[in-house]
Design a binder for this molecule. Structure first.
Ligand SMILES: Cc1cc2nc3c(=O)[nH]c(=O)nc-3n(C[C@H](O)[C@H](O)[C@H](O)COP(=O)(O)OP(=O)(O)OC[C@H]3O[C@@H](n4cnc5c(N)ncnc54)[C@H](O)[C@@H]3O)c2cc1C
Length: 485
């Protein structure tokens, strides 16, 4: 099947009943449920872009198996040009939500692609797992499916000394039974971003919490993917930050709610053909670095970061224009920080492509260090970018009528007093409602938390960067210097 349309994506969600709960209510249809429907429509818009005659050629490539046009984020890059084409495609998607939807489907498409190309890695677990991951990649590519994933186990406590393991076995997702037909898993996982709006869920080992070699660690060592409607799989949503208000009042939340959910697996059956790794703790611990999945998902993440930096900078530039603060030195310093962030992200993305390398699986991979540096820096950058919006906006972020107030009893006062030298009252309020949704609303606060944590916490990410960096040539330089007479 060639690339889907938005309507086909929405029909897919409707056709696959799944168990989703939101604020005590069971969600029958995510495509109409208030708080979820607008996010689904935004994802649908991405699928429609694949049919837009103006950019269609930049969004798709020819399927290696059917010859149909399929989504370009599925491509297995073999050279720099492939990587750059993929980035152009991902950039189109990232710009539709200005980076506010981190989990557009390309995020997981590139990850599953990387795993499938590294099929021999999975064959070490069991020979048939290689074909399983290849078949799965072919399946989601040819059917243009949307995935979520959950990598993190819940923990009862986080004291490093409390246990030899950094997960609590009684609340970690575990294999409880094995049959001729597959495995049965039980337990929760966090956090399935886009879960309620996905067709499939991938469950694989967490990157930054390694399984320890305890006797029963094998029960937690697995990778698999199943449909979101699989019996026993339940999604518990956090409260929606799409408050069902006008897009004037909540321009971001009313469009780009991608939803995060805890998942509970109540004796969920996973057929063998959907299992990619099982029982091997070392293979589970090394899946991400060895398949380079992290490099490829990082390519999507940093492309998204660029779109997000551009948007925040654009909002900031409009804020200072409307407030008339453009000539103040302190304002320049804040704007300069935003420009620096944007340029650093663009430079790292570019370097990751220029320094890309062909890995042992024959895939062209964005370079590890620039991608990891960009990912890690954004954990600190984004909260600061949001702080800058708050510093630039000050009380204008609170002296903020709603859309209905323009037609209310104080409408005339708003029009009379809230304009500025460069903007009508309505223009000012509209922009600052956007700035608030970016920097202070529940939607905006979740964006900050997302950037801080969606890829693991900063400290463990710092350790990962250090472990991937090769300091030997630099140490040699210093040794050379010390040897000088
Ligand atoms: C908005 C959002 C979306 C997300 N989406 C997804 C998703 O789609 N899929 C997915 O799998 N996950 C997702 N995550 C989860 C994410 O992977 C985790 O939040 C992340 O790995 C950190 O784990 P944690 O939240 O349990 O933090 P914790 O491990 O509780 O860490 C909290 C703090 O305590 C410190 N800490 C805790 N334990 C230790 C330790 N042993 N050593 C040192 N420091 C420690 C950390 O440095 C951190 O500052 C998402 C998270 C957020 C916030």
């Amino acid at each position: 099947m060639p690339v889907r349309t938005g309507e086909q994506y929405l029909a897919g969600l409707r056709d696959q009943p799944r168990e989703i709960h939101h604020r005590g209510q069971k969600v029958e249809d995510v495509t109409t449920f208030p708080g979820l429907a607008n996010g689904a429509r935004s994802i649908a818009g991405l699928y429609d872009m694949q049919h837009d005659p103006k950019i269609r050629d930049e969004m798709t490539y020819t399927s290696p198996t059917t010859g149909d046009p399929v989504g370009l984020s599925f491509i297995a890059p073999r050279n720099l040009e492939d990587l750059q084409r993929r980035r152009t495609m991902m950039s189109h998607w990232a710009h539709t939500s200005y980076g506010m939807m981190g989990r557009t489907p390309d995020f997981l498409n590139v990850s599953i692609m990387a795993m499938a190309q590294a099929g021999d890695y999975f064959a070490q677990s069991r020979p048939e797992f290689k074909q399983n991951i290849i078949n799965y990649y072919d399946y989601i590519r040819e059917n243009d499916l949307t995935l979520t994933h959950t990598l993190v186990n819940l923990q009862r406590n986080r004291r490093p000394a409390a246990s030899t393991q950094n997960y609590s076995t009684d609340v970690a997702l575990a294999v409880v039974k094995e049959t001729d037909a597959g495995i049965v898993v039980r337990g929760p996982r966090v956090l399935a971003t886009l879960g309620p709006l996905s067709d499939e869920i991938a469950v694989y080992p967490v990157r930054n919490a390694q399984l320890e070699g305890t006797e029963d660690a094998w029960r937690y060592a697995f990778a698999f993917a199943i449909p979101c409607g699989t019996p026993g799989l339940r999604f518990l949503c956090r409260e929606s930050f799409d408050l069902d208000r006008s897009s004037f009042d909540h321009p971001l939340g009313s469009r780009f709610e991608e939803m995060d959910a805890i998942i509970f697996m109540d004796d969920v059956f996973v057929p063998w053909e959907r299992v990619f790794l099982y029982r091997d703790v070392d293979l589970a611990n090394n899946l991400s670095p060895r398949t380079h999945q992290y490099n490829h998902s990082g390519h999507q993440v940093v492309t998204k970061n660029v779109a997000k930096c551009e948007f925040v900078l654009g909002v900031a530039a409009m804020m200072v224009e409307i407030l008339g603060s453009e000539s103040i030195g302190q304002v320049h310093a804040l704007l300069a920080e935003l420009i620096e962030n944007l340029e650093v992200m663009k430079a790292l993305l570019c370097t990751a492509e220029i320094d890309a390398f062909l890995d042992e699986w024959g895939v062209m991979c964005p370079a590890t260090i620039p991608i990891t540096v960009a990912r890690n820096m954004f954990i600190r950058m984004y909260p600061r970018m949001v702080e800058i919006i708050q510093l630039l906006g000050s009380s204008s972020l609170m002296a903020l009528p709603s859309e209905v107030d323009f037609n209310g009893p104080l409408g005339a006062e708003i029009e009379q007093y809230m304009d500025t030298d460069t903007a009508t009252a309505r223009e000012r309020v509209q922009l600052f409602r956007l700035a608030w949704d970016l920097s202070g609303s529940a939607f905006g606060s979740r964006q900050v938390l997302y950037e801080r944590y969606f890829q693991g916490d900063w400290m463990r990410n710092a350790s990962i960067l250090w472990s991937r960096f090769d300091p030997d040539p630099l140490k040699e330089q210093v040794r050379d210097f010390l040897r000088r007479t």
